[in-house]
Design a protein around this ligand. Sequence first.
Ligand SMILES: NC(=O)c1ccc[n+]([C@@H]2O[C@H](COP(=O)([O-])OP(=O)(O)OC[C@H]3O[C@@H](n4cnc5c(N)ncnc54)[C@H](OP(=O)(O)O)[C@@H]3O)[C@@H](O)[C@H]2O)c1
Length: 257
Amino acid sequence: MKIALITGASSGLGAQFAREIDRTMPGIQEIWLIARRTERLETLAEELQKSCRILSVDLSTDEGITCIQQELERKKPNIRICANCAGYGKVGSVADISYAHNTGMVQLNCVALTAVTKLVLPYLQKGSLLIQIASSAAFLPQPQFAVYAASKSYVLSFSRALREELHGTGIRVTAVCPGPVKTEFFDIAEEGKNIIWYKQLIMADCENVVHQALTDGRKGKAVSVYGVWMKAFYLLTKLVPQQMILSVTRLLNRDHS
Ligand SMILES: NC(=O)c1ccc[n+]([C@@H]2O[C@H](COP(=O)([O-])OP(=O)(O)OC[C@H]3O[C@@H](n4cnc5c(N)ncnc54)[C@H](OP(=O)(O)O)[C@@H]3O)[C@@H](O)[C@H]2O)c1
């Protein structure tokens, strides 16, 4: 059975990956939709043409990861595409953000992503695509988003190294590094507060980011960055000393609370 496995499929980027794979990848026979909100997954499954398998699990728990492991062992699928999209962020200082969220971001964005990656590896074959959702926050440290940015640096570094380890196997690994995208992400990250002006200015559509990610993934690119602003930012973080960028960011953020 040729499948696509998507974590974080109940909304945002994950749901959009499911829609685009459903529409554009005729070889995929089943889509595995993974997240906590069962109803959302069921509604999405009804919308899609392909058959779907719904796994309502909390990936930040051992039980959630074990459930995925057991389902993989039972079905032994041929995973043509795995998109690791589950993740969240909280804006604020490390001191202000709760202990649960400071560690919860690492648990979901890093530990769960690593666990799912390790579990799917035996089921990937030549031509399979592993999409790892990092963020442009991975490019440099971000005060007031410190743990989230660090967790996404982990995803980027991990995915690039894994890509090298898999060199010659025909398995492609692409780290996707979007800037701000219109999803429910900011409802959770900002908890109803205003999104800072420059993030609003460059906010991308989910459809475009996912389309670019799949296009870049198929081309075997190591990193997918959508949009001219984010490409420029990526370049900037490679050329300009980090402390200089951090000082400018401090000025841009000074009136935002
Ligand atoms: N939107 C942006 O601006 C942006 C920019 C760069 C990177 N990203 C990254 O893109 C990825 C997708 O985010 P999004 O923008 O699509 O936000 P979103 O709409 O909030 O989607 C997050 C997804 O993660 C799932 N999830 C959260 N906690 C989970 C848990 N404990 N177990 C299982 N699933 C869980 C959510 O489903 P349930 O709540 O149903 O579990 C949801 O499906 C994240 O990794 C995020 O860090 C987003």
